[in-house]
Design a protein around this ligand. Structure first.
Ligand SMILES: *Cc1c(COP(=O)(O)O)cnc(C)c1O
Length: 640
């Protein structure tokens, strides 16, 4: 539907920035150029370089990478790591804290090899390490990290093989910690360590009673699935003492959940953990490391609030609060300040990827053509509907809405009983949509909006069909109703006067985006531009660098998208560092155990039989087989 706003000053990119909240959610990494295109402000060696995403899209297309594309911005990976490390350094300096900070990137948050390689390469200067939750992730960490000052933190359930691998890492000089999550793994750690003659570095994961808000609240509190309770903690101390390994107990770990919205819960968790720290030191464990796990949140909806898609603190405030809480607590007991470890995943990589896709088609819920005059021979019900349309005014919106619905349903009934023609029914639908559009356009003039009319906007919103799959590229939007910022990446100098929801390519009613962050909070529709014939319309979904890629699935057999990693240079030139072509149709078929070659052979036989039966010519057969074979090699998404 069309916005009824009557602005006096012309629309500018400033208005677009406000509408889409880009300055609020982008942490300054994205903005809008005077030309009305989304730019990335890439931190480079000499300050900051701005590049339009449309320029990157051009470059991708020249390289044969079709939409959808997951765009990774390497400059931002570097920037996020330095922000985290520099912010802790500043907090430590400002408060006179005596310990250090060490980051460990949790591999599960984005396991893609180019991402991990970049984190390890750039993180080396900060001794930034990796967190592994499985054998496979530990193998990634061991092969990737070059700096032995960096930590490797092993969480998750550990079998003897996992433990052996970790001990070998110790022997190689890595600071590789086993974080004990269940009592069952402790005997294995002791046994393997004695058998191999290698001393482990041991941590324990605490089950804190501090509860956090937000989606991951279940990770904290008494019923959390992970961590040791107080009795189990005492058992660990006793067992380690018995095995002469208490001096290896050097790290205290807790993880309150991801995306913690409220800084007060973080502080409360740290204070509770410090109580354990003090008691364990009194028990004779040397400790020296306190590991807060993840939880540092992202402002997905730009509200700087505890909405659940946001947080009420900045990275710098997080660092200051953590450092000061530990310092205050331990100073009272004259305990040496430990090295502070965090395993921030989301906050490290969320900003660094953008999903780009094009719009394939739009469905409108409005008259397909101007209504003109009502034909002479119309059924009475159509005339009534027409009359209802003509009398709509602010004073009778609810009544008009009721009438429109009533007469539309009557007309449908008449069609079903054969009393009006297809053409007249279509006319009825057109009048109905014209009426609904008119009612919706007048709703903003009401002081009090009746409940039924509140959702009218959504009911008449356009559906824009995007060339992507929610299930493959934005699984959290479907699974946990996560809000991601979405907006057009060009034409932002034009007022976007359509209200829309976005549907993906899957034939699934959940395959859509219908929750958007807007200037006045969450909105169920997004303002978009009308598409123009012969011209692509590109949208970006932002802050998708954390968790989305590996959680994505093959719904309707839409496979991995094309991926491009770019690095922006000081002079504004763009290096396309890695291009990865997404899954072909043959790839996704083989994931579900089809043999593409066998499929081709089966199809060939079908075609061969058709030739023999005289249904198609040999030339037809040739053409069909070529198309089938080409199809197998093609992209799973819509290709031009
Ligand atoms: C998932 C996880 C993290 C990462 O959390 P973020 O909120 O993404 O920073 C860190 N540590 C552990 C133990 C985790 O399970």
């Amino acid at each position: 539907m069309v916005n009824s706003s009557e602005k006096l000053s012309p629309w500018s990119s400033r208005n677009a920035a406000e509408l889409y909240g880009i300055d609020e959610w982008s942490s300054g990494y994205f903005g809008i150029s005077a030309e009305g295109e989304v730019i990335v402000r890439a931190p480079t060696a000499e300050g900051e370089t701005q590049v339009s995403l449309m320029e990157i899209v051009d470059g991708l297309q020249q390289r044969g990478l079709q939409m959808p594309v997951l765009l990774r911005l390497e400059n931002l990976v570097d920037k996020r790591i330095s922000t985290l490390n520099d912010s802790f350094a500043l907090a430590i300096e400002a408060s006179g804290y005596q310990g250090q900070y060490r980051g460990a990137f949790p591999i599960k948050v984005n396991q893609q090899s180019h991402v991990i390689a970049e984190i390890a390469r750039f993180g080396e200067r900060y001794n930034h390490g990796l967190e592994a939750g499985s054998k496979a992730e530990l193998m990634i960490a061991l092969a990737t990290l070059k700096n032995r000052e960096s930590l490797i933190i092993c969480n998750g359930y550990k079998d003897p093989e996992f433990i052996t691998l970790g001990l070998q890492a110790r022997k190689l000089g890595f600071k590789c910690f086993f974080v004990v999550e269940t009592l069952a793994e402790l005997p294995h750690i002791i046994e393997r360590s004695q058998a191999l003659g290698i001393e482990p570095l041991i941590g324990v994961r605490l089950k804190l009673s501090t509860k956090v808000e937000g989606h991951w609240s279940e990770d904290s509190g008494d019923r959390s699935l992970f961590g040791l309770n107080t009795n189990e903690l005492i058992t660990v101390v006793d067992e380690l003492r018995k095995a002469n390994l208490l001096h290896c107990f050097q790290l205290l770990h807790f993880h309150l959940g991801s995306q913690i919205p409220n800084i007060r819960s973080i502080r409360a968790g740290v204070l509770e953990a410090c109580r354990y720290y003090i008691e364990l030191v009194a028990e004779g464990a040397p400790l020296g490391y306190i590991d807060l796990g993840g939880g540092l949140a992202i402002d997905y909806d730009g509200t700087s609030s505890t909405s659940g898609h946001s947080r009420n603190y900045s990275v710098q405030e997080y660092c200051i609060d953590v450092v000061e809480a530990i310092q205050e607590c331990l100073d009272e007991h004259q305990i040496v300040h430990p090295t502070i470890v965090t395993e921030s995943g989301r906050a490290t990589v969320a900003h660094t990827a953008v999903l780009l896709f094009n719009i394939l088609d739009v469905t409108h819920f409005e008259p397909t053509e101007p209504l003109g005059e009502l034909p002479q021979d119309c059924h009475e019900m159509i005339q009534n509907l027409w009359h209802s349309l003509s009398v709509i005014k602010p004073a009778n919106l609810q009544e008009s809405y009721n009438d429109l619905l009533y007469y539309r349903d009557k007309i449908r009934d008449l069609f079903h009983s054969g009393d009006i023609s297809l053409r007249h029914r279509a006319l009825g639908e057109n009048i109905y949509w014209a009426g609904m559009q008119k009612v919706a356009s007048l709703v903003p003039q009401l002081k009090r909006v009746p409940a039924e009319l509140e959702s009218l906007q959504e009911q008449i919103a356009d559906i824009y069909y995007g060339n992507f799959s929610v299930f493959q590229s934005l699984p959290d939007s479907w699974a946990i109703q996560q809000v991601f910022p979405v907006m057009p990446i060009h034409r932002l100098n034009e007022e976007p006067n359509r209200q829309a929801i976005i549907a993906d390519l899957t034939c699934d009613c959940d395959g859509k985006l219908q929750k958007f962050a807007g200037p006045v909070g969450e909105s169920k529709t997004l303002s978009l531009h009308p598409i123009r014939a012969g011209e692509e319309y590109y949208l970006g979904v932002f802050l998708v660098g954390a968790y989305q890629e590996t959680l994505g699935d093959l719904h309707n057999l839409f496979g991995d998208t094309n991926v491009a990693s770019v690095r922006i240079n000081t002079d504004g030139s763009i290096d396309f560092v890695h291009e990865i072509h997404g899954d072909s149709i043959a790839d996704v078929l083989s994931y579900v155990e089809y043999e593409p070659n066998a499929l081709y052979q089966q199809f060939r036989q079908t075609a061969e039989q058709a030739v023999r039966d005289g249904i198609i010519s040999v030339a037809d057969r040739q053409q069909m087989l070529a198309a089938y074979s080409e199809g197998l090699r093609g992209y799973t998404y819509f290709e031009k």
